[in-house]
Design a protein around this ligand. Structure first.
Ligand code: KIV
Length: 307
């Protein structure tokens, strides 16, 4: 018998700081639903991000700009229900943190209504004021600099950030600004490996890289990329499974079995007491003795054509 331990306590930002202090690289991954969050938790991954990549990988939007607060809250609740140990960080969607007041109301909903332990917001220097207000109110913040997908309409396209001198310096300034504002960690997305390493060396908070090389304090990946659920894998991701192939194969077999009449089989079918069925259909000894059984089963459930 397997016994569920309900006393597993959730990690907090203090535990993430301890992992960082111990020199443990922090494995982080996105999740968007209950069963996946449970698997991530079982795998011992300490930090789950309910990323607004939800929009593209789960909801079929073209960019993260389309994702709403309600959608993020709905999926955050599911991830919180599915996980018991990992700290759950909710991504604040586009236009949900344009002022400190707005950010406080919306971040508060992620912690109070959805059960997340922290929020993530995009932007470095430009978001420092918001981060400070949230942290002061007791809301832990993961910052996100480098490629910030919510700014895709001003950035133009997805590409590596910080490659020239000015852009690299601006990125370092962003990293220092979010640290000073009180962020407990910072995501570095699509940043040259050497620059990410240099930023990591200069910070007292963990850097969590995606497409930023191995010199970060931890890594984050979009779960569908790691599991091979989509048809395409970004260059920075490693495909640890081919769920696309596995699921297609399984669905093809299911369809073939149904079409061939091989599913369900006896193992997947529940039978009833045949005597009870005979009574229902007017085929019992009593029915036969009264002659009702010979009247086309009319003593039991009539066939549609007999009505
Ligand atoms: O939304 C997301 O999944 C993210 C990660 C890529 C960091 O922001």
């Amino acid at each position: 018998m397997s016994v569920q331990n309900d006393n597993v306590s959730r990690l907090t930002v203090v535990d993430i700081a301890k992992l960082y202090g111990d020199g443990t690289r922090i494995a982080t991954i996105t999740a968007y639903d209950y069963p996946t969050a449970a698997l991530v938790d079982q795998a011992g991954i300490p930090l789950i991000l309910v990323g607004d990549s939800l929009g593209q990988v789960m909801l079929g939007y073209d960019t993260t700009v389309r994702v709403s607060m309600e959608e993020m809250l709905h999926h955050t609740r599911a991830v919180v229900r599915g996980s018991r140990r990992a700290i759950v960080v909710a991504d604040m969607p586009f236009l949900s943190y344009t002022t400190p007041e707005e950010a406080l109301v919306n971040a508060g909903r992620f912690l109070r209504d959805a059960g997340a332990q922290a929020v993530k917001i995009e932007g470095g220097v430009r978001s420092a004021r918001i981060i400070e207000a949230l942290v002061r109110a007791g809301i832990p913040v993961m910052a996100h600099i480098g490629l910030t997908p919510q700014a895709i309409n001003t950035l133009g396209r997805v590409r590596v950030q910080g490659k020239n001198r000015d852009a690299a310096r601006a990125l370092l300034a962003d990293a220092l600004a979010v640290q000073e504002a009180g962020a407990f960690s910072v995501v570095l997305e699509l940043v040259p490996g050497q620059l990410a390493e240099a930023i990591t060396e200069r910070l007292r908070i963990p850097t969590i890289g995606i497409g930023a090389g191995a010199g970060c304090s931890g890594q984050i990946q979009v779960i569908t990329d790691v599991l091979g659920l989509g048809e395409w894998t970004p260059r920075h991701a490693r495909k640890y499974a081919d769920l696309h192939g596995v699921i297609l194969g399984a669905l093809g077999s299911y369809r073939a079995d149904v079409e061939a009449g091989d599913f369900p089989g006896s193992a997947e079918t529940v039978l009833m007491d045949p005597g009870v069925l005979d009574e229902v259909l007017g085929r019992s000894d009593a029915d036969r003795a009264s002659g009702a059984g010979s009247l086309g089963g009319l003593a039991g459930i009539p066939l549609d054509r007999d009505l």
